[in-house]
Design a protein around this ligand. Sequence first.
Ligand SMILES: Cc1cc2nc3c(=O)[nH]c(=O)nc-3n(C[C@H](O)[C@H](O)[C@H](O)COP(=O)(O)OP(=O)(O)OC[C@H]3O[C@@H](n4cnc5c(N)ncnc54)[C@H](O)[C@@H]3O)c2cc1C
Length: 357
Amino acid sequence: MTPKVDILILGAGPAGATAARLLALQGRSVLLLRGPASRNPHAGSLPPTIAEVFRSIGVLDAIEQANFYPDLGVVRWWLDAEAEVESYVEGSRGYHVQRHALDELLLTLAESAGVEVQRNSRAPRVELDRGIVEHDGGVTEARFVLDATGRAGLIARQIRRFWDPRYRTVGLCGLLRASETFDADPHYNLMEAYDRGWAWSVPLSPRCRYVCFYVDASIARDGETQFRAELARTVEFQRLFGDAELESPPWVRDSSLYYSERYAGTNWMLMGDAASFADPLSSSGVEKALLSAQFTAEAIGRCLDRPAEAGEAIRSMNAREARVWREHAESAARTYAAMLDLYDTPFWRDRAKPPEL
Ligand SMILES: Cc1cc2nc3c(=O)[nH]c(=O)nc-3n(C[C@H](O)[C@H](O)[C@H](O)COP(=O)(O)OP(=O)(O)OC[C@H]3O[C@@H](n4cnc5c(N)ncnc54)[C@H](O)[C@@H]3O)c2cc1C
């Protein structure tokens, strides 16, 4: 007989692990499939607004105990040659995180709440009609199947995903290490706009920084040559990081925007990046994923406990995810448009108009 669970979740990033934990705390049986870990180190900044989200999903104490590197503000060389320094208000701070550490912590918390986790288990096939998932550990039937596979979008791609046809963006990412402390505040993010993109740096220690150049996919190449070429087009990043060593060859991460035709049906839901992708400009992808997971867990609780309300729960999930993506896309387009006075180049022009929905 096929084993059955209430909920099977594909993907154990922030969205998957969080929804799994919240659903287990509701008393549901949850199976979470965690695909193989990424080969490249990924890091991100979580601005101070994330603390309230961590609190509302019940993990703030665990996050505080994990001692992530504090995020105290942003220095931008953006519309002006002068640095614009944004310091977070006294008493509030965000976190600079190595993503494998954050993901592992959220996964451990899910396991402690009773979630069954299968590691290194990919799900190559999902039969949505019957709620049957074939995965590396076997075949499982679930009342709800949740897609939290991020950009891979295992179910999302069966539903229908829309890409903005006008452009694709990628991040050229690398980990830089210096023999001495960088000449920048060790807890601040750095951002610099230049003619064909923008640069972003997340500190992980006073001598180690994660650096990404966001450029059009048409010019992107893996490897150090392209990474150094982008660095050379900047002014401040070149000054700060021109002499730093790369820990490993830089890599390309697709950062193009997309959204889905629908986000929920009678036995499936899409969460976090599986549902839609917010421009990294906002630095709020993890926050968006956690909120999406929280809303999804509530919607499923409603569907399972009060079947008469299932239609309304699914409608509001669809409306919410569509609104969230639209707001993110419009906000990113406004930021790109504001730059046109300085750089009226294809990169900034193409991204300055919000996508037509
Ligand atoms: C270059 C770049 C920089 C970014 N910087 C930031 C930042 O500074 N701050 C921020 O908040 N956000 C940032 N983001 C966005 C952020 O990374 C995402 O929004 C966030 O990780 C979404 O979480 P998620 O759980 O939805 O998806 P993910 O984190 O992508 O997790 C999906 C998981 O599913 C797994 N998976 C995939 N396929 C399968 C399968 N078939 N079976 C099982 N598992 C599978 C993957 O291995 C992964 O573990 C950045 C994104 C990019 C591309």
